[in-house]
Design a binder for this molecule. Sequence first.
Ligand code: FES
Length: 182
Amino acid sequence: MIEQENEQLTMPPDGRPPEKQPRWRQDFPIDWPQDEYISRREFVKFLLLTSAAFTAGQFWFLAQNLLRQRADRQPVQEIARVEDIPIGGTLIFKYPEDSPARLLVRVDEEIFVAYEQQCTHLTCPVIPEVEAGELHCPCHEGVFDLFTGRPLAGPPRRPLARITLDLRDGRVFATGIEERTR
Ligand code: FES
């Protein structure tokens, strides 16, 4: 601190006190140490402001990333109790809640599958035929594989979107949607 104060003292070239200096120097003093001190202070201020702006930018990107990840995360939603759906039985449900209809099919004791219910040709509702291992679209005789949702016959070219499931504690949960092109 003392060093800084000394650094700011004006020292005229002849070393005499200010009141002994010529009038012109009293009227127009040039305080070189003070001048340098201000320049350094301005430079440090500039560096601090630049660093603060850079740090704020990094936080902004981080926040955007977190928000995007949260928006992409798909909800986990209970859709049925296992005991409520017999083998070969089906259930129409919504996932997420404001979505088009989805179709849950119990294939056997342990296996459930779920897909979007709209045919990928012209969106007619597909009908499960569990014995045949197929999903049938009556509009133009489209056929999908019950276990994969892939088209087997007729005009559909794209598989049905699959709803991923989790079975635990005697309940069936939807955990995500897999949109597929083939
Ligand atoms: S709408 Fe399903 S086959 Fe045409």
